[in-house]
Design a binder for this molecule. Structure first.
Ligand SMILES: [Zn+2]
Length: 375
């Protein structure tokens, strides 16, 4: 991956290449930023730049033997660590990232902005929660203690150190007392979950999400066929490439009619009006139920923005804006906030395999209470 192949984050790319070019590359770097951003892509480009035999001031050459290996993700001096599950035929404590390298390379090539959920489904994790175990940490220490195979730099890319838990302490020593030409790159989403002792010893780089224009361009590069409603997908995904792909895969249906029917029926609270809508929600299936609720969340966040600022946000289309304008007479800021809370909770429950029939019924009653101001 070359810096120039990554959309956006121009100042971060310049900062990274400057660090290396001026021999000031820190031993430990932490890239942090929301889900679906280019954190991992930047780390790959940075590692390649360190190893490139013929780098220019701002980028790798892309053609030298080191670049070739980096781009194929087979450079022997670039090591990867990421959360995994038990490998078939092995015990969990014996499984490490090495057992999933093929899946890993595939994801790096297809969706380096992947979320943990994308990664989990690519390794068929099912209900198992991936993590980084003791053995993995010992291997990291071991790998970094070896002499570099080729050039003289060794690079360890740790994706999602949030999943290290207490094991993170084991890595402190190599972060505190790095051997020469050893570079550790940590990539996380939730900086609050990283041990303070690690945070204080790393240089931190805050990676920005894609702008709408960048995200549209990125989607067009990845999806070869024309994406229906590209604009709508971009608005909903809000800079998150993983979310954009999930919407595209789920069929980017228009959920607005269903949402407003649901609100109306919940307000009236008549079971005969509510039942067909709840049935329609159940029929969607779990993935689309999530998309539907996420759409609802998107709409009500925009709605709150309108109520709060008196102006129209950038992420709302004309039809939604018209509905929002009419809603103002009925739903105030407090009610809107409660609705956002209900939707957030529902998404969490659906993700945890809640029974959709019970969930949508309970939500409709809750919505009704909020709308009638009896909550
Ligand atoms: Zn090169």
């Amino acid at each position: 991956m070359l810096f120039k192949d990554i959309l956006g984050n121009e100042s971060k790319k310049k900062l990274l290449s400057d660090l290396v070019y001026n021999n000031r590359a820190p031993h430990a770097l932490l890239f942090y930023g929301r889900e679906g951003t280019v954190k991992l892509s930047l780390a790959l480009a940075y590692a390649q730049y360190i190893l490139c035999e013929n780098r220019t001031k701002h980028d790798s050459c892309g053609v030298c033997p080191a670049c070739y290996k980096s781009m194929r993700r087979i450079h022997p001096d670039v090591h990867f660590t990421f959360p995994v599950i038990k490998k078939d035929g092995k015990k969990r404590e014996e499984t490490t990232s090495n057992d999933f390298l093929e899946n890993w390379r595939y994801m790096l090539n297809t969706l380096p902005e992947m979320s943990v959920k994308d990664w989990s489904s690519s390794i068929n994790a099912g209900n198992s929660l991936p993590n980084i175990n003791t053995r993995e940490c010992n291997e990291i220490i071991q790998k970094l203690s070896l002499k570099a195979f080729e050039g003289d730099a060794k690079i360890m890319i740790v994706w999602m150190p949030e999943y290290l838990g207490k094991e993170g302490n084991r890595l402190l020593k190599i972060i505190e007392e790095p051997t020469d030409n050893t570079y550790i790159i940590l990539i996380c989403e939730d900086i609050d979950k990283i041990l303070n002792t690690i945070l204080s010893r790393t240089q931190k780089i805050n990676v920005q999400p894609y702008s709408d224009a960048e995200l549209s361009e990125r989607i067009r590069t990845v999806v070869s066929t024309e994406v229906k409603d590209l604009k709508q997908v971009t608005l909903l995904a809000d800079g998150n490439m993983s979310k954009a792909m999930s919407i595209i895969r789920g069929g980017n249906e228009d959920y607005s009619a269903l949402l407003f029917d649901w609100i109306r029926a919940s307000y009236k609270g008549k079971p005969e009006a509510l039942q067909p809508i709840i049935n329609a929600c159940i029929d969607l299936g779990r993935e689309k139920q999530k998309h539907f609720l996420q759409y609802g969340l998107h709409f009500f966040r925009e709605y709150l923005y309108i109520l709060g600022t008196g102006s129209r946000g950038k992420r709302i289309n004309d039809q939604e804006y018209e509905i929002a304008s009419k809603m103002k007479k009925i739903i105030d800021l407090e009610m809107g906030t409660k609705i956002v809370h209900i939707l957030n909770q529902s998404i969490e429950h659906i993700s945890r395999n809640a029974n959709p029939k019970i969930l949508f019924m309970a939500n409709s009653l809750q919505l009704g209470d909020v709308l009638k101001n009896t909550a």
